[in-house]
Design a protein around this ligand. Structure first.
Ligand SMILES: *Cc1c(COP(=O)(O)O)cnc(C)c1O
Length: 373
């Protein structure tokens, strides 16, 4: 069986260095915050070219802490997408704010036209929306040139959900560097993954960074004194030490993901009715996922691949606004979300992780070609 993803392979690829990092933390005897977390934050800030990086307990928390730090909470509306991990929308509600969901474009990310439309339709008597969260889904940069301009025009805070696109660029500029802050997940299968939960926020704003550091630890500015009302959302030093090892390999891992994607795109070209991932002009995606659009044949393709030992996943099978927890109560952009609803029925994620061999990629390609007919 070729799995869709394989976090254990990432451990085995760097086993000695990861084992040594774990032993270093165990023997240091310092198990919360401290030097390993600070060093990882510095190294991640340097990697992204940000002034600050603030580590937290998960990608969901990275969004929640960022929203709270930006002063967004009860009574505030935040515009984002429904074609995303549920965490994006959950985080907005967990920060106390109200999500408003808009449709996607042909690159599976927030459609600038849909953002414009919801702003144009905004009821005059209602408080203006406060923020917009584009999601760089599947490792594909969202339309940041357009979205940034719209955000500026409408005085919206721009927070990027960069859980799936560590290191991707648009017009030579890293995603996560376009907004006021960016939230990253370090979940094991993400492009930079811990061996457990983790998340990190980047920003260039000194005051915001200081607030985020306080918020993640009881609002402490000095120990035992809560200057603001905070929470507990810390990254374990064990995970930080592991992540430092993994970060050292992120560029090589990303290059491998891109090479696998290129191999798929060459090998799967020309199949009638199977649409391969389009790349936005100016974008260098990092292929967190390689997602094909199989139209009405998606479920059949997935079942036949499974029978032949090729694992796939669907990201995501039910749009957030149609899930039981949200259905009928989250606000949607005008005209609804037809592209989002269609995507949920047609997308399929093929096997993709840096340790996947060319031979396995070729097996996937041959199997898809064979069952597609
Ligand atoms: C994974 C993910 C999150 C949440 O991250 P966790 O670390 O699982 O909390 C948020 N947004 C997107 C787009 C994600 O893929």
């Amino acid at each position: 069986m070729i799995p869709q993803t394989n976090p254990k392979a990432a451990y085995l690829a760097q086993r000695d260095a990861i084992d040594a990092a774990i032993r270093r933390v165990l023997e240091a005897g310092w198990y919360i915050q401290g030097e390993e977390v600070a060093a990882f934050e510095q190294e991640f800030a340097a990697y992204t070219g940000s002034r600050h990086a603030i580590a937290v307990a998960s990608g969901t928390d990275a969004l929640i802490v960022a929203l709270r730090g930006l002063g967004i909470g009860p009574g505030d509306s935040v515009i984002t997408v429904s074609h995303t991990a549920v965490a994006t929308v959950a985080a907005v509600e967990l920060a106390g704010a109200t999500p408003v969901l808009v449709d996607i474009d042909e690159y599976w990310t927030m459609a600038p036209a849909a953002l414009e439309a919801v702003l144009k339709d905004w009821p005059a008597q209602a408080p203006k929306p406060r923020a917009v969260i584009p999601v760089h889904l599947y490792g594909q940069p969202a339309a940041m040139t357009e979205i940034s301009a719209i955000a500026e025009r409408h005085d919206l805070i721009l927070l990027e959900d960069n859980a799936q696109a560590h290191g991707a660029t648009l017009d030579g500029r890293m995603v996560g560097r376009w907004g006021k802050a960016a939230a990253y997940s370090l979940y094991p299968t993400k492009n930079l993954g811990a061996i457990g939960d983790g998340g990190i926020i980047t920003t260039d704003d000194d005051t915001l960074a200081e607030t985020l550091r306080a918020l993640r630890e009881y609002g402490w500015r000095e120990r035992y004194i809560s200057g603001i009302a905070g929470m507990n959302s810390r990254l374990d030093p064990l995970q930080a030490a592991i992540l430092r090892v993994k970060l050292g390999n992120l560029q090589a891992d990303t290059a491998r993901r891109q090479a696998i994607a290129a191999r798929y795109s060459a090998g799967l070209a020309g199949l009638d009715g199977l649409t391969l991932p389009a790349v936005r002009p100016g974008a260098a995606p990092v292929y967190h996922l390689y997602v094909v659009d199989a139209g009405a044949r998606r479920d059949e393709l997935q079942a036949k691949l499974k029978e032949r030992g090729v694992g796939t996943l669907i990201h995501y099978p039910v749009p957030v606004h149609l899930q039981p927890a949200y259905k009928g109560r989250v606000a949607l952009g005008p005209g609804g979300l037809p592209r989002t609803e269609r995507a949920a029925k047609s997308v399929l994620s093929l096997p993709l992780y840096p340790q996947l061999s060319d031979a396995d990629v070729d097996t996937v390609i041959a199997t898809v070609r064979q069952v597609w007919g």
